[in-house]
Design a protein around this ligand. Structure first.
Ligand code: LFR
Length: 473
């Protein structure tokens, strides 16, 4: 049995979880949870990286004796080191506006088809390639993704883990190395891209003097992209499954053995992100619960259960939005943006909070349905079940609407999927008998209770809603 800590950083909170993993045991306990979110200073959105590091250390110090530490976080963002190994400047949040218009500039140098042929990545305005293009790199010697930066502070070792590197749009999805060709074509300095690591590699031991931790604790590279770690913990019994990793974002798609780099995949903006054990996460980012979280922030209403009750009682299919519309990406007055979106698409805006929440959830369910159908037809893979994992798997109304819209049984849970994937990969690296993903998933299945949602309602209603929402495109 191994006792390991998962540091799991999400866009709205971070946590340190203590995991006990053995042949028939998989237990997680939260030891520390802390706030995370954008900090606006001088017109720019930042991450409070030192607060995240301090909170990580606080959590690790209270976790007690540990056999290992693994870190995962959201993707695409990074810190740059200078020649002395110090952080050059504070990492910027991917929702910052510094990348506005940058993608268009880069695409003049490298056509979208060329980028896709190498990286297989969906076009998102905040991909690392565009963020790096938007800033001056003089004085930078190394780029470290967020988990790699914290791992560096813990151990002094520089390197980038592959699942997260795969989200930069500078990584060759087939050779699984940095793409020297793209780096040079977009004019970025090759020197800043460090050596790559595989999930399961030992990064180094945590430095006791720097960290206050006991000597000799290995820091282990896991699927350091949180979505890669969550997909490890999908409790699937065979290959015929789809997943939604549901949190601030909804990551909707399939797990494949090889990337799909066809024109159809590129035109539908599917991504081929790198998974643990060389798997491919073939998926699309749907805007997710972010829209609801921002509404709650603006309303000053943290009673999610109350809002969901009102939404469940509100009439269906009254108003529908395209959750992926660009105006929903940046933080701001989301209720007002939804109202404007409704007017611009010839709809009466929702009249109550309950109706607004219903509109958001039905629109998300429709976006899931559209994405899943496209994923299956483009990848030539049929599925029998849809696994919803992560925090959003607790949202009963959304899970039921998802089952109804997709016409598939939804299996909801586990909630702490990314932390589970994190501790599973560590336990294997430390010698527990978990030879492959199937074994890890079987362990999740046998230790976690899942909830099933069976499709209800009339499929024709969802067909009609879909053509109303996307019919003109
Ligand atoms: C989810 C996630 C997504 C990524 C987005 C931005 O937490 O990691 O996979 O597209 O955040 O990094």
């Amino acid at each position: 049995m191994k006792r390991v800590a998962a540091v799991d950083l999400g866009a709205s909170s971070g946590r340190v979880m203590l995991g006990e993993v053995g042949a028939h045991v998989l237990e997680l306990r939260e030891v520390h949870r802390f706030w995370n979110g954008p900090v606006r200073a001088h017109g720019r959105l930042h991450w409070d990286i030192l607060q995240l590091y301090r909170s990580t250390l606080d959590g690790l110090r209270t976790a007690g004796a540990l056999d290992g530490i693994g870190i995962d976080s959201w993707a695409v963002d990074y810190g740059l080191l200078d020649a002395d190994g110090r952080l050059l400047r504070n990492p910027v949040h991917y929702r910052d506006s510094r990348t506005d218009g940058v993608m268009e500039r880069v695409l003049e140098k490298v056509p979208a088809a060329d980028l896709y042929a190498v990286t297989g990545l969906q076009q998102l305005p905040f991909n690392t390639i565009y963020q790096l293009t938007a800033e001056a790199l003089e004085g930078a010697t190394s780029l470290l993704m967020i988990p790699d930066l914290l791992g560096y502070w813990l151990t002094g070792e520089i390197g980038v883990e592959r699942t997260n590197a795969s989200t930069t749009q500078l990584f060759d999805v087939r050779s699984r190395e940095w793409s020297d060709e793209l780096i040079s074509r977009v004019g970025l300095p090759r020197r800043v891209f460090p050596q790559l690591r595989e999930p399961g590699d030992v990064i180094g031991n945590a430095l006791p003097d720097e960290t206050g931790l006991a000597p000799g604790i290995p820091v282990i590279a896991v699927g350091s992209h949180d979505t890669a770690s969550s997909v490890v913990a999908v409790p699937a019994a065979d290959e015929r499954f789809a997943y939604i990793s549901s949190g601030t974002w909804s990551l909707v798609g399939l797990e494949l053995d090889a990337p799909v780099l066809t024109d159809a995949a590129r035109e539908a903006n599917f991504t081929n992100e790198g998974g643990v054990d060389g798997r491919i996460r073939f998926l699309r980012n749907v805007m997710g619960l972010w829209i609801l979280q921002e509404c709650q922030r603006v309303w000053g209403d943290d009673d999610l259960d109350g809002l969901l009750r009102d939404a469940a009682a509100a009439p269906s299919f009254t108003t529908l939005i395209d959750p992926d519309a660009p105006e929903f990406l940046a933080p701001g007055n989301m209720p007002k943006r939804i109202e404007e979106h409704c007017r611009a698409t010839g709809q009466e805006p929702p009249r109550s909070r309950g109706a607004m929440v219903r509109c958001i959830l039905e629109s998300l369910a429709l976006a899931y349905r559209r994405t899943l159908r496209a994923a299956q037809s483009i990848a030539g893979r049929e599925v029998d079940v849809l696994h919803v994992i992560g925090g959003g798997s607790q949202n009963e109304l959304l899970c039921q609407l998802t089952a109804d819209a997709c016409g598939l049984p939804v299996l909801a849970g586990p909630v702490e999927a990314s932390a589970l994937g994190n501790v599973l990969v560590q336990a294997r690296a430390l010698g527990e008998p978990l030879p492959d993903l199937a074994a890890m998933r079987a362990l999740v299945r046998s230790t976690h209770r899942l909830r099933t949602y069976t499709p209800q309602g009339k499929p024709a209603d969802w067909d009609a809603a879909e053509s109303r929402m996307f019919g003109t495109r």
